[in-house]
Write a protein that binds this ligand. Sequence first.
Ligand SMILES: Cc1ncc(COP(=O)(O)O)c(C=O)c1O
Length: 390
Amino acid sequence: MVQSPAPALAPATVFDWLDEAAELRAEAGLTRTLRSRPADDPVVDLASNDYLGLVHHPAVTRAAADAALRWGGGSTGSRLVTGTTELHTELERELAEFTGFEAALVFSSGYAANLAALTALTDPDTLIVSDAYNHASLIDGCRLSRSDVHRAPHADPDAVADVLRTRTHRRALVVSDTVFSVDGNAAPLTGLSAAARAHGAALLVDDAHGLGVLGPGGAGAPAAAGLAGEPDVVATVTLSKSLGSQGGAVLGPRRVIRHLTETARTFIFDTGLAPAAVGAALGALRLLRAEPHRADRAREVARTLAARLTAAGLHASTPDAAVVSVRTPGPEAAVRWAADCRTAGLAVGCFRPPSVPDGISRLRLTARGDLTDQQITHAVDIITATAPTP
Ligand SMILES: Cc1ncc(COP(=O)(O)O)c(C=O)c1O
């Protein structure tokens, strides 16, 4: 077929298609807008990922400020050039110790850590078996890996084993979130590990929503499942949720961390995490080690929230960690419901396609461990009073 040449466009019309795409999103109820949050926002916050309520804790903010004063506003370069301070090394040592892994490597975000693990631990002769509900950063890592990717049914170790059994690839990597960001349900880690082991595959788990909440004292889902420190298991975490900071890390056997240090593009070609963020994460980690009950409290708040919302007739998920979601009739209803909650003094998350793998829009609530019983009651009252009528 002879292709006709692309039409010449006037410069002012080159981006017209973006407006058309925005209109389509608006028609589908999928418009997204930014809102600037004031420092003294009076609302009760169930929208952030500050699971342990540490983001404003004096031990965390002071550690961030001290780190900035001592090490400067930025890390000054890539980790392999000038961007590794003694503070980065301390954080890596303490993170590995706390989570039970042999070694850790800190990245500028959890997103970058996931891209690194997926691209550096695979090759064109690797089959990646990835849970259908995995986080976008894992999906993007799969895409960047240049490996064959099989999207496995959600939370189904038998299906994973079936795919691994019939593979022709030399290597395989099973990939899953430990706690899924939308409904807050936990992955069947023991089953996934057994399936991977039975077929010579490695296991990579993203513990973004497990660190600080699951496992002994919040050591994370791999520790809870007895998988931390195993020779075939690698975990990624973010420092931006329970630890109230910014950044991410890969945890695993020492040889995996060495390989990532020398080959992962999002490590090599990225400026090291800013000292203030490293300091804040270290401050939070030390606080969590000194006060391990914080993890239990976050889980208790989640269970209470879910139970009360269910008792009020709403379709709330059963939380395995600190995330509770409530189904809504559709994306427009979700947006309206979240806005009504905000007007009444409560911030909640609003998840719509493409952030929900099953297409069902939800309110997403994070059960912060520092919420008082009075605040929980207030939040439940607002959510039920503003619920859409069926
Ligand atoms: C499951 C999961 N993985 C990875 C990330 C990315 O972490 P970060 O925000 O540190 O880039 C997130 C955060 O939103 C997440 O929910």
